[in-house]
Design a protein around this ligand. Structure first.
Ligand SMILES: Nc1nc2c(ncn2[C@@H]2O[C@H](COP(=O)(O)OP(=O)(O)OP(=O)(O)O)[C@@H](O)[C@H]2O)c(=O)[nH]1
Ligand SMILES: [Mg+2]
Length: 465
């Protein structure tokens, strides 16, 4: 067991109803015991059952002064999160009180825990593999519902199980190949080529599937960025406010109102979006506006989705020029705004579409009406959801470290498939690649990971996790 550490596991950014203080390590219960009383009498924690809630008083061990009434839950090794003796103390959530309790526990003998120390111990004590530990970090920092659901597959060990079953299959092929090597001299062939090929193909498909999730995981750690772009006065800021449901940006009939990028985040259908309202694009009238327009272009360049806004009552050549400048690879939606007004030149929209923008999905909006951006919101939501997978399939969160292991494994399996297809079904040709795939799959679970890699992973955790 490692030395006893303590951490405030809940946020101390504001006062709250309750706080959780967590302790783990050698003599954890004995050190805590000195700070507890039950009806003002000393409390013998060796007589307190595991995983039961005990209501007691938290006192200063030197003076006996009562600081709070708290509840304590004990866990005994190895049946705890860390695999060591562990205790959770729930006190009232005032920041001053929580910090005072923490300080007294440190005086009593605990060392303050560093970021990720509880989960690191859980990993070192074999309670979690590294992929699960990383999923803990993803779950604690998930900023929207779908991201939390995606982390859950890692947390419960489901992803690790999938990897383990792949690794088991690779081990089986290896042993078959090795047996074949021993027996072939005697003229016996134990390898069924079809079986080997089919296991390798299934392995490759399973890895591709997980890698598809890995590609989307960046969206789960952040938000889907949506830039609202168009010429001045078309109603970009009005649409931003409508999408956010609050008057975030200034709106006025004056063209050139928005001079800087205005952003706002909102969750739509379980996915977090970051909207960027931008300065209207035109020949700038001054240096400040020129800088604002430069920022609009950068926002468009960094966005996952561009909402290109047109004023349906006045579509012109400027709009076509802007459309040509939009980054080509980014998903785009054309918002035909101000559709409540008399349409302008009826050929203008088809001229724009005829310039290579026929396939841009188009929605009609009226930014000034409460429901006037609903169709746009739906379109954005569907596109954003598409980045994370289709609607029926819950994404699986994969860290970039895990993705690297999956890629290595897939490349090795592909090489083995090529060799197997060429009929090279001998130990000599296949084993090296299958061993490499196996080693990459073992790295996924992190059994042989170096301390510096672990330091890097766990330092990104919050304290108390
Ligand atoms: N009739 C009508 N007016 C609208 C609509 N959407 C926005 N407006 C008005 O159009 C004017 C310009 O709206 P903004 O949202 O400030 O336009 P913008 O594109 O952000 O303009 P800049 O920041 O100058 O680039 C305001 O007076 C809005 O009330 C709409 O759908 N119909
Ligand atoms: Mg604006």
């Amino acid at each position: 067991m490692y030395r006893a550490v303590v951490a405030i596991a809940t946020s101390t950014a504001t006062d709250a109803a309750l706080s959780v203080v967590r302790m783990t390590g050698e003599n954890c219960h004995r050190i805590l015991e000195a700070c507890l009383r039950k009806n003002r009498e000393p409390l013998n924690l060796t007589r307190v059952a595991d995983r039961r809630v005990t209501l007691c008083e938290f006192v200063h061990p030197d003076t006996g002064e009562i600081l709070d009434r708290v509840t304590v839950i004990l866990y005994r090794a190895p049946n705890s999160y860390t695999g060591e003796d562990l205790a959770e103390l729930i006190c009232h959530g005032g920041r001053g009180l929580t910090r005072a309790i923490f300080r007294i526990l440190v005086q009593a003998g605990f060392t303050p825990a560093v970021a990720g120390e509880f989960t690191r111990r859980a990993f070192l004590n074999g309670k979690l593999d590294l992929a699960q530990a990383e999923a803990v970090a993803a779950a604690t920092s998930a900023s929207f519902a779908l991201a939390a659901r995606a982390a859950a597959a890692g947390l419960t060990g489901e992803t690790s199980e999938r990897i383990k079953s792949l690794a088991d299959q690779m081990t089986e092929i290896l042993s078959l190949l090795e047996a074949n090597l021993d027996l072939s001299e005697e003229g016996i062939d134990v390898v069924d080529p079809d079986r080997i090929r089919s296991v390798l193909r299934a392995g490759s498909a399973a890895l591709s599937e997980l890698l598809r999730h890995a590609d989307r995981s960046a969206y789960l750690s952040g938000a889907v960025r949506v830039a609202i772009i168009g010429k001045p006065n078309v109603g970009k800021s009005t649409l931003l406010n409508r999408l956010l449901g609050s008057p975030r940006a200034i709106v006025s009939p004056e063209p050139g109102t928005t001079r800087d990028v205005v952003d706002g985040r909102i969750e739509i259908d379980d996915v977090l979006f970051e909207f960027l309202d931008t300065a209207g694009l035109r020949g700038a009238t001054d240096r400040i506006e020129a800088e604002g327009i430069e920022r609009s272009r950068r926002a468009a360049g960094s966005a996952d989705i561009i909402v290109f806004v047109l004023d349906a009552s006045s579509i012109g050549e400027e709009d076509i020029d802007i459309a040509h400048d939009l980054p080509e690879k980014t998903s785009r939606i054309l918002a035909l705004n101000k559709t409540d007004l008399e349409p302008g030149d009826p050929t203008a929209l088809s001229r724009l579409q005829g310039n290579g923008f026929k396939d841009m999905p188009t929605v009609r909006t009226v930014g000034t009406r409460p429901d006037g951006a609903d169709s746009l919101r739906e379109r954005i939501s569907a596109l954003g959801r598409g980045f994370l997978g289709d609607t029926t399939d819950t994404p699986v969160w994969i860290s970039s470290r895990q993705a690297e292991c999956l890629r290595r494994a897939k490349e090795a399996v592909e090489r083995a498939i090529t060799a197997a297809m060429a009929g090279e079904l001998t130990e000599e040709f296949l084993s090296a690649d299958i061993r490499e795939a196996l080693s990459a799959l073992e790295d996924f679970a992190g059994r042989k990971t170096h301390d510096d890699v672990l330091d890097k992973i766990f330092s990104s955790f919050c304290v108390g996790k």
